[in-house]
Write a protein that binds this ligand. Structure first.
Ligand code: X15
Length: 274
C-alpha cells in the first residue's frame, strides 16, 4: 500500500454467468454462474489469498451471480464468518427491453453503434419495459420489502450512479472508515455498531455496470469517456484511498496484458459475429 493510502477497497465483478456465456443482456435477471464463472471466482479468491488480502466486511447485490462469487472468494480466504450485506442498489444496471436479447444479434439488427450507445453511454437508456411484460416483475420477493417500488423499467448508467452512490456514501464509506457515529440510513442498512469497529477492509462483489458507476465516481471519469470502460469478470480491482476516501491508485490483480485482453473481450460482446 502506498504511504498516503489509508484504506483499501477491493471491487470484483462476478465470474462469468450463464447469460454472459450465451452473450445475453442480463441486468436484473437472476442468472447463475456458469461452470467457468464458478472457477473464475475461486481463482480470484486464491489470488487474493496469495497476495495477502483479507476482509472485515463484504457488500454485494441481491443477484446470485455476485452473491456466489463473493461466497467462493470467502471460501478461499476462510472468511465465511464476516458480515455480508446485500442490497439492490448494488445490482447490475437494469437492461429494460434488451434483457434476454443476444448482444451480437441485437448489433446485427440495430447496428453496432446503437448497441454501444445502449451498453456504454452515460445517459441513453435502453428501451423501457411496459406493463404486462413478464420481465417487469414488481412482485419479486427480493424487492417487495421496500416501501416503494424499486424495480426500474430500464436504466442508463446515470440511473445506476444515482441509486448506487447514496449506498456508497451513506453505508459503505462509514464502514470503510469504521466510523462509530454516523446517521444510519435504515432504508438501506442497519449495521450493528460492533461490526463498525473492525470493518475497515471491504470487498464489494457486484456487476459490470454497477461497478462502472462506482469507478466513474472514484476516478472522476467524464461522461464522454466512460464509454470506453469495460470491467472484466472476476479480476479483483484494488483501490487504495486516502483518509478522505480519495483514490491514490488502483490496479487489477493481473498483468496488464491479461486485463486488456479481458476488457477487449467484454467490449467485443456487442459486435456482429462474422
Ligand atoms: O448483466 C450484465 O452484467 P453482469 O454480467 O456484470 O451482471 C450485463 O448483461 C452486462 O452486459 P454489458 O457488458 O453489455 O453491459
Amino acid at each position: 500500500m502506498s504511504s498516503e493510502a489509508k484504506y483499501t477497497v477491493v471491487l470484483i465483478r462476478h465470474g462469468e454467468s450463464e447469460w454472459n456465456q450465451k452473450n445475453l443482456f442480463c441486468g436484473w435477471f437472476d442468472a447463475d454462474l456458469s461452470e467457468t464463472g464458478l472457477k473464475e471466482a475461486q481463482t480470484a479468491g486464491k489470488l487474493l489469498k496469495e497476495k495477502g488480502f483479507t476482509f472485515d466486511v463484504a457488500f454485494t447485490s441481491v443477484l446470485k451471480r455476485a452473491i456466489k462469487t463473493l461466497y467462493y472468494v470467502q471460501e478461499e480466504l476462510d472468511l465465511h464468518w464476516i458480515p455480508v450485506y446485500r442490497h439492490w442498489r448494488l445490482n447490475e444496471r437494469h437492461y429494460g427491453g434488451l434483457q434476454g436479447l443476444n448482444k451480437s444479434e441485437t448489433a446485427a439488427k440495430y447496428g453496432e453503434a446503437q448497441v454501444k450507445i445502449w451498453r456504454r453511454s452515460y445517459d441513453t437508456p435502453p428501451p423501457a419495459l411496459e406493463d404486462g411484460d413478464e420481465r417487469y416483475d414488481t412482485s419479486d420477493r427480493k424487492y417487495i420489502q421496500y416501501d416503494h417500488v424499486v424495480v426500474p423499467r430500464c436504466e442508463c448508467l446515470k440511473d445506476t450512479v444515482d441509486r448506487f452512490m447514496p449506498y456508497w456514501h451513506d453505508v459503505i464509506v462509514p464502514v470503510v472508515k469504521a466510523k462509530r457515529e454516523y446517521e444510519l440510513n435504515t432504508d438501506m442498512l442497519n449495521v450493528p455498531l460492533t461490526y463498525l469497529e473492525s470493518g475497515q477492509r471491504v470487498v464489494i462483489s457486484a456487476h459490470g455496470n454497477s461497478l462502472r458507476a462506482l469507478v466513474k465516481y472514484l476516478d472522476n471519469i467524464p461522461d464522454s469517456e466512460i464509454t470506453e470502460l469495460n470491467i472484466p469478470t472476476a479480476i479483483p480491482l484494488v483501490y487504495e484511498l486516502d483518509a478522505k476516501m480519495k483514490p491514490i491508485r488502483h490496479y487489477y490483480l493481473a498483468d496488464e496484458e491479461t486485463v486488456k485482453a479481458a476488457q477487449a473481450k467484454v467490449a467485443s460482446q456487442g459486435t456482429v459475429k462474422k
